[in-house]
Design a protein around this ligand. Structure first.
Ligand SMILES: Cc1cc2nc3c(=O)[nH]c(=O)nc-3n(C[C@H](O)[C@H](O)[C@H](O)COP(=O)(O)OP(=O)(O)OC[C@H]3O[C@@H](n4cnc5c(N)ncnc54)[C@H](O)[C@@H]3O)c2cc1C
Length: 386
């Protein structure tokens, strides 16, 4: 089988590795627009029980990813200037996005995957440039602005909308001891910073505000530099003088695009990761969700006895329910953030944290009592009198 994978992000490289490792005779090639030592963003969280799936899928790359991950033991949530801290119940931490990609690339190349760097595909006709026009399967692993998806938008049944909140993905050289969410009111407006260390030198720092704040403070009329300076001022107690770093993106502040597709495949074309469904960053699992798609697609293709279209159909039918669960959690999470002004204005720090923890519907009181007993005692939700 010949498989062309457009996009050398986490989903594309991981899929290539899994396919070629199990079927060395298959021709598996990745086309990536960036050079091999470049990427967007800083560090990403790799946590949660889903890591187990990465271990089962490929122990070698899992081990290397774990070794490069900076473990997080604690998290702090600050509301109304009151910090509430916890010991994190799940294993995991954060990793530089570039290191993650380099590990996956190295493991993929070791098993014989060919990666074409600095090759941008603007339409499927461009596959001919790298000799992949006759691929049996063409995978759109090309992220939120996927070209493969756009080309067959009607067939995939693509829908897209944009959230109201505005956010920016910064880095900083301040290495935070705990990962944190700091909700802060500033001039009667609502901001939150999500930050965590991802190496011994750097932390990721995502700043976000609601649309009302954006309009009230006229943030749209400020330059990127002015917005960055404002964030440094608002979060000065946490940054302690360390500047924010905006990377090489021209547009730093954005609104999150919600991308969904009614169909995951169209003929030999198939979507994975953010190209298929954008997972909101507030659940800290976009990378893992994208890599889980790759596991499912690899398993389906490998079990297809060379019948590519049957493999693609199996990918959609077997993986859709579990993907939908995570995407629904992501939806409930971003809807919670869209109303963050209301939560910040009306809830005590403890109630606020409770509302936050239960926002996706995946965590109930029983689990909270197990994982965060102190919080539940402070809330009087010990369970004994209920
Ligand atoms: C602010 C923010 C914070 C985030 N934080 C986290 C986090 O903490 N944890 C987490 O797990 N996830 C996080 N994510 C989400 C995560 O980055 C994505 O979900 C994940 O990267 C999706 O992987 P992917 O392989 O599907 O797509 P991508 O990572 O977007 O990779 C797509 C690749 O395709 C390439 N490409 C695109 N178009 C073309 C083309 N036409 N031709 C050739 N190549 C192309 C791109 O250069 C890129 O390398 C965050 C996202 C944002 C926006």
């Amino acid at each position: 089988m010949k498989v062309a994978i457009v996009g050398g992000g986490p989903s594309g490289l991981y899929l290539a590795l899994l396919l070629k490792r199990s079927e060395p005779r298959w021709d598996v090639e990745v086309i990536e627009q960036n050079p091999e030592d470049a990427t967007f963003g800083f560090g990403v969280v790799l946590a949660d029980t889903g890591l187990q799936q990465l271990r089962e899928a490929d122990a070698g790359s899992y081990q290397a990813l774990c070794e490069a991950t900076k473990q997080h033991q604690h998290q702090i949530i600050v509301q109304a200037e009151t910090p509430i801290g916890f010991r994190l119940p799940v294993k995991g931490g954060a990793i530089p996005r570039l290191t993650l990609l380099q590990i996956l690339e190295q493991h993929a190349e070791q098993v014989g995957v060919v990666v074409h760097y600095r090759e941008r595909i603007d339409s499927v006709e461009d596959l001919a440039r790298v000799g992949l026009q006759d691929a049996d399967v063409v995978v759109g692993a090309d992220g939120i602005n996927s070209v493969i998806r756009r080309e067959f938008e009607q067939d995939f049944g693509t829908t897209s909308s944009t959230l109201g909140n505005h956010f920016a993905w910064y880095g900083t050289k301040k290495v935070f001891e705990s990962s944190a969410l700091v909700f802060r009111k500033y001039e009667d407006s609502h901001f939150v910073a999500h930050y965590y260390a991802y190496s011994d030198e750097m932390s990721t720092f995502v700043a976000e505000c609601d649309d009302a704040t954006w309009n009230r403070l006229k943030l749209g009329s400020l330059s990127e530099e002015q917005r960055q300076a404002l964030m440094e001022r608002i979060f000065a107690p946490e940054l302690e003088g360390a500047p924010l770093i905006s990377g090489n993106a021209r547009v730093v502040w954005r609104q999150f695009p919600v991308i969904r597709n009614a169909h995951w495949t169209h003929g030999r074309y198939v979507l994975v990761g953010d190209a298929l469904a954008s997972a909101h960053f507030s659940i800290g699992s976009g990378t893992r969700i994208a890599m889980n798609d790759s596991i499912a697609l690899a398993n389906a293709l490998l079990a297809s006895n060379g019948d590519a279209l049957a493999g693609l159909a199996a990918y959609e039918s077997t993986h859709r329910p579990s993907k939908q669960k995570l995407i629904s959690a992501s939806e409930r999470s971003y809807l919670w953030y869209e109303r963050m002004g209301q939560w910040m204005d009306n809830y005590s720090p403890e109630e606020f944290v409770y509302q936050f923890m239960t926002r996706t519907g995946r965590v109930n009181d029983e689990r909270l009592r197990e994982q965060y007993p102190e919080l539940m005692v402070r809330l009087g939700r010990t369970g004994s009198a209920q």
